[in-house]
Design a protein around this ligand. Structure first.
Ligand code: CTP
Length: 401
């Protein structure tokens, strides 16, 4: 909530069938605290009424360059200047072509020339129009002069064809917008994040796991990507969707996670292990479903590898890789965390007490203490997991510096 607080976003809507999705997009921006000014082209008004977007944006919609009323109140140059970000969604092949050529024959294209804010185009159109060499060339030209162009989704299109050309979900557009509004303090840095629980199978239909949702690790990955890091996320089973723009590797067991992490870790500037890795697995996995018997069943468990400990052991001294672990505890929080920090050779450990309210598994908030190698402890209040992720990354950045 509130990730666009204090930000002015100008949403340009052009005339494609996906214009109806602009309503939800505008609503999402407003819900997240943005001040939204909508500009519609004449084509867009054939698909959705200005009234709809005016109600959702809580502001008059600009539709015509020569609307004397609006022009005398704000004016297109002023609108262009006030925006922290311009998002054109949906962007038709036509508006891409006009923007690439510098044509300014209506309100939106005039604003596009007049603004110095970052501009994000979200193309949506028939897949053949999108794949057309001229459209590809226009997109390339837009990128070359510093515009951002989001890839459309592939799938079933309104024209009953399959292909690339769908407007991505609002959340994907919001995430791309967040990136453009965030200082790129991790640009050029490679960050590996682990998340979620692991599944340790007993038989083909049962496994041992824990209640980790993956939310903390996904938040760390998302926030690092917002700061322009090159992020890889290795996640155990989680109901969360792959975060947009992040290479996501799905694994199930601790040993699969170990392999995925160890093979990627050497090239990384930062490794952050938020995953709740199962410490034990059943010694034998039954090939068929275990049938119940008359008496109790005893399981023998064997130790899983400690992934973080091997990362700590194998990281080359002086190579500058920053290693961050989590400590999930129910008692003696700081003592146990300190021991893990030393034993696993970490730079930072993020300790949370799973028994505290507002902390731990499944919640959208967390309450943590961050300890460094000197033993100094930074105690954070209850924060959203996104905010906790941001605070961890602040500490990582100061170590990298
Ligand atoms: N971890 C890991 N591999 C394991 C177990 C834990 O990489 N097999 C990592 C976790 O991702 C976390 C840190 O080690 O970053 C600490 O995990 P935690 O479960 O708190 O502690 P353990 O080391 O497993 O110790 P214990 O369960 O005895 O508290």
């Amino acid at each position: 909530m509130g990730r666009f607080k204090g930000r002015s976003i100008l949403v340009g809507v052009t005339g494609g069938i996906a214009a109806y999705k602009a309503a939800e997009l505008v609503r999402s921006f407003v819900k997240e605290g943005a001040g939204v000014q909508v500009v519609m082209t004449a084509g867009a008004r054939q698909f959705i009424t200005p009234l709809t977007l005016q109600v959702l944006s809580e502001q008059p919609v600009a539709t015509d360059l020569f609307d004397l009323g609006l022009e005398s109140q704000i004016g297109h140059i002023q609108l262009a200047r006030a925006a922290h970000l311009v998002v054109v969604a949906p962007a038709t092949a036509n508006v891409l072509a006009k923007a690439a050529a510098g044509v300014a024959d209506d309100y939106l294209t005039t604003v596009l020339l007049a603004t110095t804010a970052p501009v994000l185009f979200c193309p949506a159109m028939n897949s053949r129009m999108y794949e057309h060499a001229v459209t590809r060339r226009n997109i390339e030209a837009l990128r070359q002069v510093g515009y951002f162009v989001l890839e459309p989704d592939a799938g079933f299109l309104a024209c009953h064809e399959e292909g690339a050309g769908r407007l991505p979900d609002s959340e994907v557009i919001l995430e791309a917008a967040s990136r453009l509004l965030t200082r790129p303090t991790l640009k050029g840095r490679r960050v590996l994040v682990s998340a979620g629980p692991t599944w340790e199978p007993l038989d083909p239909v049962r496994f041992i796991t824990n209640p980790s949702s993956g939310k903390m690790g996904f938040a760390v990955a998302r926030m690092a990507a917002r700061r322009s890091a090159d992020v890889t996320l290795v996640s155990g089973p989680s109901a969360l969707r792959d975060p947009p723009g992040i290479a996501t590797v799905r694994v199930r067991t601790a040993r699969e996670m170990e392999q995925a992490i160890l093979e990627r870790a050497p090239g990384m500037d930062v490794v952050i292990m938020t995953a709740a890795v199962g410490d034990y697995r059943p010694a034998d996995v039954a090939p068929q479903k275990i049938k119940k018997g008359a008496v109790e069943l005893t399981l023998q468990l064997v130790r899983n590898p400690d992934i973080l400990a091997s990362l700590g052991r194998s990281r080359p001294p002086g190579a500058g890789q920053v290693l961050v672990g989590f400590a999930a505890e129910t008692e003696n929080l700081l003592e146990n965390a300190r021991e893990k920090l030393i034993q696993k050779n970490l730079d930072l450990i993020v300790a949370n007490n799973l028994t505290e309210s507002g902390a731990g598994f499944g919640a959208d908030t967390n309450r943590v203490k961050i300890m460094d190698r000197t033993g100094a402890v930074e105690e954070l209040p209850i924060l959203s997991k996104d905010e906790v992720a941001g605070r961890i990354l602040d500490r990582v950045e100061s170590i990298l510096a």
